[in-house]
Design a protein around this ligand. Structure first.
Ligand code: SF4
Length: 84
C-alpha cells in the first residue's frame, strides 16, 4: 500500500525460528525439508526464503536459512518426550 507522503525510513522487525528435526531410535538424523514446518504445502518451496527446494525428502534446500546445530543426545531409556 503506497504512502501518501512517501517513505522516509523503515522500522525493522526480526524473528528467530527453531525447527526440531527428528532423530530415530537408531540415531539417524533426518535433517530434511520434509520434516520442517516451513516447507510449503506443495512441498516445493521454502516459506522462509521463497526458494525452490529440489529434493525435500532427502535434503534441506541449497539456501536453507537455518543454522544446523549438533544434536542433543538423549540418555538411554529416555525418548524425546520423556521416559520410554
Ligand atoms: S530450506 Fe530449510 S527452512 Fe526452508 S523448508 Fe527446507 S529445512 Fe525448512
Amino acid at each position: 500500500m503506497p504512502l501518501e507522503s512517501g517513505v522516509k525510513g523503515y522500522v525493522k522487525g526480526t524473528a528467530t525460528v527453531t525447527v526440531n528435526f527428528p532423530i530415530d531410535n537408531k540415531g539417524k538424523e533426518y535433517v530434511r525439508c520434509v520434516h520442517c514446518p516451513y516447507l510449503s504445502a506443495n512441498k516445493k518451496v521454502c516459506r522462509l526464503n521463497s526458494e525452490i527446494v529440489a529434493f525435500p525428502d532427502q535434503f534441506v534446500g541449497d539456501k536453507c536459512p537455518l543454522v544446523i546445530e549438533e544434536p542433543k543426545h538423549i540418555p538411554e531409556g529416555m525418548s524425546a518426550f520423556g521416559e520410554d
